[in-house]
Design a protein around this ligand. Structure first.
Ligand SMILES: *Cc1c(COP(=O)(O)O)cnc(C)c1O
Length: 433
C-alpha cells in the first residue's frame, strides 16, 4: 500500500513507521518533524555491501553519498555498516570528521573545490580526491607538494551516457559542469598531464551518470565505457588506475508507478559488465565503488506536518496548508518532484478528493505536492509525506526565517532526537550587529 515495507497502519488506523505511531511521534516531538527509520537505513546499506561481497568477492566498497542526508548520526550509521562515504564540501568533510568517520574511506567530489576545502580534506586524511578539472589537478598537486605528500586521486569522467532522467539530474553527458569528457580527448589529456606530476597518484576513474535511474542499462553502458577507457590508458600511457567508481543514482519509489530495482540488481549487472570487459581486454578486475545516496535514506524517512487550514476553492482546487513547506522540502518547487502523502491519523479512511498540499512560506509556488488523493481533511490532522529521507533536510533552508525541523531516528522500539529543532535564537545567531 505504501512506498516502503516499514510503513504500516495500526489498530487505531494510524500510520506507523517501524513500530512507532506517527501521530504519537508528532505529539511528542512537535511538527514539522523528520522521522528516519534507522533499521531501514541499515538494511539498505547491507543491500549494497552484501551484493559486493557475494558477487565480487568483497573487492569493492559502497560509499554513502552524504549529500542525500548528512548528519553526524547518519555518518556513524553508515560507518558502522562498513560503508565509506562520498562528500562534496568542506561542511560535509567536517561533519564526518567530527562524527569519527574513517576518513580514509572518504571520496571528495565537487566541480569547484576551494583551496580551503582541499587543505581541509588533506588535514582530515580524506582517502581520495575525485579531481574534476585541470585547474583543480594543479591545485591538489601543489597542496600535496607543500606537505611533501602524494595525494591519491581519481578523475571524474563524463562517459557520454544519457540516463534518461530529469535534465537537472543528468550528469553523464558532455553538456555537464561536472568532470572531463571522453569523446573529445579531454579525459585522456588530463591523465597524460597527471602522469607528469609528482604529488598526485591516479588511483582510479569515476563517473556518475545521473539520479533516480530505474534501469540497469545505463550503468552497464557506463561500466563498459569506463572499463575500456581504463584499458586504453594502460595501452597508451602505461597507467594502471585500480579503482573504478561508478557513482550512484539508483532509483527509489516516490509514487505509485515508480518501480525501482533492488540494490543487488544494479550492482550485479554492473559487475557482470566489468567482468566481461576485463576478460576481453585482459585486465585485472578493478576495485569497484558505488555511491548510493537516495536509495540508502529516502524511503527510510518521512516528514510529519500538522494541517493548519483547508481552503476549498469551488471548481478550482482544495489547498491543504501545513506547518512546513519549501523550507524543509524544496524539491517540488525546484524540480516538480513527486511525493506520496498519507493522512496519518486517518490512514485507513477512504480517499475522497484530490488536494494540493501547500507550505507556509510566502511564495505561491511553495507546494509540497499537487493532486494528492486524501480522505476528508480537517484542521489539526497529521499529514505524513513519504520518502523524504533524502534531499529534504540536506536541502532545507531558513527561508522566511523558519527554523529547521527536528529529526527523530527510530530503531526497534527506541526513538531519539538526532538533530534538534532550530530555535529563534539559532535564527539570529549570525546577526552580529
Ligand atoms: C549525488 C551524487 C551521488 C548520489 O546520488 P543518488 O541519486 O542520491 O544516489 C553519488 N555520487 C555523486 C558524485 C553524486 O554527485
Amino acid at each position: 500500500m505504501f512506498n516502503s515495507d516499514n510503513l504500516t497502519v495500526n489498530e487505531q488506523g494510524r500510520l506507523c513507521i517501524g513500530s512507532h505511531d506517527t501521530v504519537e511521534l508528532a505529539k511528542e516531538f512537535g511538527t514539522p518533524l523528520y522521522v528516519l527509520d534507522e533499521d531501514k537505513v541499515r538494511q539498505n546499506c547491507r543491500g549494497y555491501k552484501n551484493a559486493i561481497d557475494e558477487y565480487y568477492g568483497g573487492k569493492g566498497l559502497a560509499l554513502y553519498a552524504s549529500k542525500a542526508l548528512c548528519t553526524m548520526y547518519t555518518a556513524r550509521v553508515a560507518a558502522e555498516e562498513g560503508l565509506g562515504a562520498d562528500v562534496v564540501s568542506g561542511g560535509e568533510i567536517y561533519t564526518l570528521k567530527k562524527a569519527g568517520f574513517p576518513m580514509e574511506k572518504v571520496f571528495f567530489h565537487g566541480n569547484n573545490k576551494t583551496d580551503d576545502e582541499i587543505e581541509l580534506a588533506m588535514d582530515c586524511g580524506v582517502g581520495h580526491i575525485v579531481v574534476d578539472n585541470i585547474y583543480e589537478l594543479d591545485r591538489v598537486n601543489q597542496a600535496a607538494a607543500k606537505r611533501n605528500a602524494v595525494q591519491p586521486i581519481l578523475f571524474r569522467i563524463k562517459p557520454g551516457i544519457d540516463a534518461h532522467t530529469h535534465d537537472f539530474v543528468r550528469t553523464g553527458q558532455i553538456d555537464s559542469k561536472f568532470g572531463v569528457a571522453l569523446e573529445n580527448g579531454e579525459a585522456y589529456e588530463i591523465h597524460k598531464y597527471a602522469s607528469t606530476l609528482k604529488n598526485v597518484s591516479v588511483d582510479g576513474v569515476h563517473c556518475h551518470i545521473g539520479s533516480q535511474i530505474f534501469d540497469v542499462t545505463p550503468f552497464c553502458e557506463a561500466a563498459k565505457v569506463m572499463m575500456n577507457f581504463v584499458a586504453d590508458l594502460r595501452d597508451t600511457l602505461g597507467l594502471d588506475p585500480k579503482i573504478l567508481n561508478l557513482g550512484g543514482g539508483f532509483g527509489i519509489k516516490y509514487v505509485e508507478g515508480d518501480d525501482p530495482l533492488a540494490p543487488v540488481d544494479y550492482v550485479k549487472a554492473a559487475i557482470e559488465t566489468v567482468k566481461e570487459v576485463a576478460e576481453q581486454r585482459k585486465m585485472t578486475l578493478p576495485f569497484l565503488v558505488f555511491e548510493p545516496g537516495r536509495s540508502i535514506v529516502a524511503e527510510a524517512g518521512i516528514t510529519l506536518y500538522t494541517v493548519g487550514c483547508v481552503k476549498d476553492i469551488v471548481n478550482v482546487r482544495t489547498y491543504v496548508s501545513v506547518d512546513g513547506g519549501m523550507s524543509d522540502n524544496p524539491r517540488y518547487i525546484m524540480y516538480g518532484s513527486k511525493y506520496s502523502a498519507v493522512l496519518a491519523n486517518k490512514a485507513n479512511e477512504e480517499n475522497v478528493k484530490k488536494v494540493t498540499i501547500a507550505g507556509k512560506c510566502c511564495e505561491s509556488g511553495d507546494i509540497i505536492q499537487e493532486n494528492v488523493p486524501l480522505p476528508e481533511v480537517n484542521v489539526g490532522d497529521t499529514l505524513a509525506v513519504l520518502a523524504t529521507g533524502a534531499y529534504n533536510y540536506s536541502m532545507a533552508s531558513n527561508y522566511n526565517r523558519i527554523p529547521r525541523p527536528a529529526m527523530v531516528a527510530v530503531k526497534g522500539s527506541e526513538k531519539k532526537v538526532i538533530v534538534r529543532r532550530e530555535t529563534y535564537e539559532d535564527i539570529i545567531k549570525n546577526d552580529i550587529i
